[in-house]
Design a protein around this ligand. Sequence first.
Ligand SMILES: [Zn+2]
Length: 513
Amino acid sequence: MDPRVSQKPEKATEEDKKKRRHKQRTKRTITRAVTHIRLIEANPGKLAALDQMMAVYLPICQRYVILFCTAETPPDKYGDPVFESELSDRLHRVAMQQAAGIAKSWRTNRENAYQAYLEDVADYVQAKAKAEAEDRMSAFKRTEPTWNEWHVPVLRVPVIQANANVVVVEQSKDSTFDYWLRVSTLDKGTPLRVPVKLASYHKQVLKERTINTSTTLHKRNGVWWLTLSCDEDVPLQTEPSAPVVGVDVGIAHFITTSTNKEYGSFHGKMARQHKRDREKRRRKAKLRACLEKKGASADKLPSTSSASGQRLSRHVKQEINRAVNELITDHPDARLIYEDLNVASMRFKARSMNAYLYASNLAHIPEQLAWAAGQRGMAAHTVWAAYSSQECPRCHFVDRANRPNQKTFKCVVCGYEDHADHKAAVTLAGRWGDRELAACRDKREVKALLLKRHDVWKQQQQQRIERADPPVQLSFWDPPEAFWDPSQVLNSSRMRELHRVPVVHPADESAVG
Ligand SMILES: [Zn+2]
């Protein structure tokens, strides 16, 4: 076997794991990407070999994407190749690895969205049954949630996420160029050699750092581009005793902290810009459909892709970066705890709005948070975020009904009330270091654990009542499950016994005091 075909790595030894844990405690590794390095064609037609390779590579990668997305079992990038191809074994393996990466994130996102859908259905069924039982179906207006199966990703841009087995970056010996790129092609044994010249800002980033062996090559508008990256270890600055700050990501405000601060918003100017952009696209699409009907040729039709949409997207990202920087400036010594949101779960958070656009932009917040904190050597951790918006911080009761609207959290059991985003941030902060919670394998286990804690809380309340301590305000108690047993509470002789306090006569006061 070709030793330069990627092999499944050996399992990490105890020693390796120990080293990794030590590093996690003391350093943060951040990866800087060096993008937009244009590949120069030293001789005309030289990059044709790259085009030829890509013409074979991309369809194979696409076939694996379909296979890995639709298979019963999770993608195995080290599995046996299943498609015939002109690619060398090394390139074939890289195509499989790239496809496995795409399929893995697609499967996770789809699964999360599907789970959210199932929860929606369960919620709907419950609400409907309740309406039926109470004979108010005529007022029941909710529509049953539906599931639209996701499309498997289509690779449109020619791109190869390469490793050193197929693309090697070599230091240039003369001063004309900075590096030489050696790229495997279809012609085995005849790699393509392409010179690389860096701009001064590229050089600045790479200065005195080692370039990672993984590289990306992609072609856009007829030009090939190279992306390099390098790792940097930043010593961890955060003290073990640093205050823990929870960070909730949302729509009304990009960021709400457990310290009750808010940063950035989609509302206002940006929302108006977004609305205009959507209307413009809709008009164009209408015109396009109309012209198509009349038989206009394809090249004369107006494009529906929107430059202003891209501009807006960039603007949102800039606003997010600004919000994250402000958060960090305000909490320089904190340990940040946040929710690692993916696009799918954000879509559900953004339910009522133009879900996808918001979602794809909001998912940038945790990324930016991790990056900005990492750069400063600040500790930032993600925790299980399941039910963080529904869990009551006082009694741990979990239910959608705890959220009467987008803005408000109000526990239907104990009556605890707070601004919803602030409450979520507090819950996230509280989840850091919660080993029992961290050990949960899925959302169902998270919910079961939280409801178990709720039962413990109920028992504690019962004991309090038995001791006749003033209980926490109990509102909307659910009768079937209630511990509330009037015979116990009102057992008058026991109550008197619990209430019995020594009677102190005025004359004895000095003796007691
Ligand atoms: Zn509660």
